[in-house]
Design a protein around this ligand. Structure first.
Ligand SMILES: CC(C)(COP(=O)(O)OP(=O)(O)OC[C@H]1O[C@@H](n2cnc3c(N)ncnc32)[C@H](O)[C@@H]1OP(=O)(O)O)[C@@H](O)C(=O)NCCC(=O)NCCS
Length: 146
């Protein structure tokens, strides 16, 4: 069974583990700091009570940025990322968020394709943004409230 859970700092180890096994974005200390930020919301997608994907949303007034979005390798291409993104979009609408942003490497074509399905469009490029020298594409999705 699929469900969504709001994750708090008690689950920092779980977040760090999923991150380490997927995109290796943040250290454990960075994850701990994420939970301390005002406006940060962390959602996990659970499959039979096991967290298999995580999303970190940073809300500032009527805009939000997705700072982390990953599904465990073993569980990809089963619709779980789509489920999590649809949930996130619904939450953003409830919070009256007008614009949703994210950054993705220009080399990450599978994630780009995934985001295109949700009508994210490229609104900027940050050259040499990632450690490997790749560019970050800044993506935006406009949301209509209600
Ligand atoms: C991007 C990501 C989150 C997608 O998660 P996911 O769970 O695989 O997403 P879905 O299963 O909903 O969709 C992925 C693809 O599988 C397809 N799919 C879904 N269910 C399927 C099924 N039962 N059989 C075959 N294909 C299926 C979808 O159509 C989709 O195809 P598309 O993206 O080419 O349109 C995942 O690949 C990931 O964690 N990537 C690494 C992290 C990353 O790059 N994050 C973004 C930058 S921060």
């Amino acid at each position: 069974m699929i469900s969504i859970k709001h994750i708090n700092e008690r689950d920092v180890d779980l977040c760090f583990e999923l991150d380490s096994n997927t995109i290796s974005l943040w250290s454990k200390r960075q994850w701990t700091n994420e939970f301390k930020k005002e406006g940060t919301k962390v959602f996990g997608i659970l499959l039979s009570n096991c967290v298999v994907g995580i999303c970190v949303l940073d809300v500032v007034l009527d805009e939000a940025q997705i700072n982390f979005f990953a599904v465990n390798h073993k569980f990809r291409k089963k619709g779980l990322g789509t489920y999590l993104m649809n949930y996130l979009i619904k939450e953003c609408k409830k919070l009256n968020i007008n614009k949703l942003f994210l950054e993705v490497s220009h080399t990450n074509s599978s994630a780009e394709k995934f985001y295109s399905r949700f009508d994210f469009s490229t609104v900027g490029i940050r050259r040499n943004y990632y450690k490997d020298g790749s560019d970050a594409l800044l993506k935006e999705k406009k949301l209509t409230t209600k």
